[in-house]
Design a protein around this ligand. Structure first.
Ligand code: GDP
Ligand code: MG
Length: 305
């Protein structure tokens, strides 16, 4: 069916979007910002699309379904390298747009590798120059954008800040142009249980990073052991995985203070995200070589059971 332009304005658009980029460029922050307050997580129904959905944003007449790209994810290197080839390809094959995130005025080898991974896709690539709030020398931005234009045929280049939200409205508007006109694929208030677990893990991870920052010389991993709504209370049990005994002690803190603080910072965020009272239990656990642990990946929805 052909849509005239005037007609299309009243039509709904709906499509799949992947967020890719090397570690630490701000993908999770961006996703959280794009999803925050635009969804309420109400459904525990398992999902049956071939994509791994991490969140759905429905705003007015646009539904944007964000999908995971495990092979391009940061810290699951070892296990993921094994499953990477199939999953990267399948994760980005059928999406309608790819948000490729880089940061400040940088273009690193890792950024280049991500671009190479995307080389054969015909999907529109929207390059996001994130952390623009940290760019003090604004006059260098335009020449940098000119350089980036040389690297690939980007559909759009958007400077933004995932942290303070700068330009994200513009990004969402641009992005909607790449989503096909069509009916919503999900009810407006629905995302998956897997996505809820993922969000719960991300919230905890964010609080751990915020609390410990420099004291943990690596990115932590969070495993959701239990996620169950029991009456008015959502029970969440999570393991925070560390690599060494000493790190576990740091994480727990004196008399468990650290872990308690992390829990009390995470719980209100969860209650807001899941629109439910939350009972949160956190444990610290030493897990050598967790990156190679398929159970951890499964719990985050990176691989199927
Ligand atoms: P990921 O590894 O790509 O998922 O990156 P994260 O979302 O975990 O972000 C990595 C770090 O960059 C965190 O400390 C974020 O708070 C920070 N960050 C993300 N986006 C921005 C931004 O726009 N501006 C600034 N200043 N920091 C940001
Ligand atoms: Mg991340």
């Amino acid at each position: 069916m052909k849509q005239s332009d005037s007609n299309a304005a009243n039509k709904t658009r709906c499509g799949y979007v992947a967020i890719v980029g090397r570690p630490n460029v701000g993908k999770s922050t961006l996703l959280n910002h794009l999803l925050r307050q635009k969804i309420s997580i109400t459904s525990r129904k398992p999902q049956t699309t071939r994509h791994r959905i991490v969140g759905i944003s429905t705003m007015e007449n646009v539904q944007c379904i964000y999908v995971d790209t495990p092979g391009l994810q940061d810290n699951f290197k070892k296990a993921l390298n094994r499953i990477m080839n199939e999953t990267v390809v399948s994760a980005i094959k059928d999406v309608d747009a790819i948000l490729f995130v880089v940061e400040r005025l940088l273009w690193t080898e890792a950024d280049e590798r991500v671009l190479q991974t995307l080389r054969n896709t015909k999907t529109p690539l929207i390059l996001i120059i994130n952390k623009i709030d940290k760019v003090k020398e604004k006059h260098k931005l335009l020449p940098h954008i000119a350089d980036l234009k040389e690297k690939s045929d980007f559909a759009e280049i958007v400077p933004a800040s995932a942290l303070d939200g700068h330009n994200l409205d513009t990004l969402e508007k641009l992005l909607s142009n790449y989503l096909p006109v069509g009916p919503f694929l999900f009810p407006e208030d629905q995302v998956t249980d897997r996505s809820s677990r993922f969000m719960a893990a991300e919230i905890i991870r964010e609080k751990v990073t915020r609390q410990l920052g420099d004291e943990l010389p690596y990115e932590v991993s969070v495993e959701i052991e239990k996620f169950s709504q029991e009456g008015p209370v959502l029970h969440i049990h999570a393991l925070i995985l560390v690599e060494k005994k000493g790190q576990k002690q740091i994480l727990i803190g004196k008399d468990g203070d650290r872990l308690k603080q992390i829990g009390s910072a995470a719980r209100p965020d969860m209650e807001k995200a899941f629109d439910s009272k939350v009972m949160l239990n956190l444990w610290a656990k030493v897990k050598a070589g967790w990156a190679d642990d398929e159970r951890a990946l499964k719990s985050l929805g990176y691989i199927e059971d």
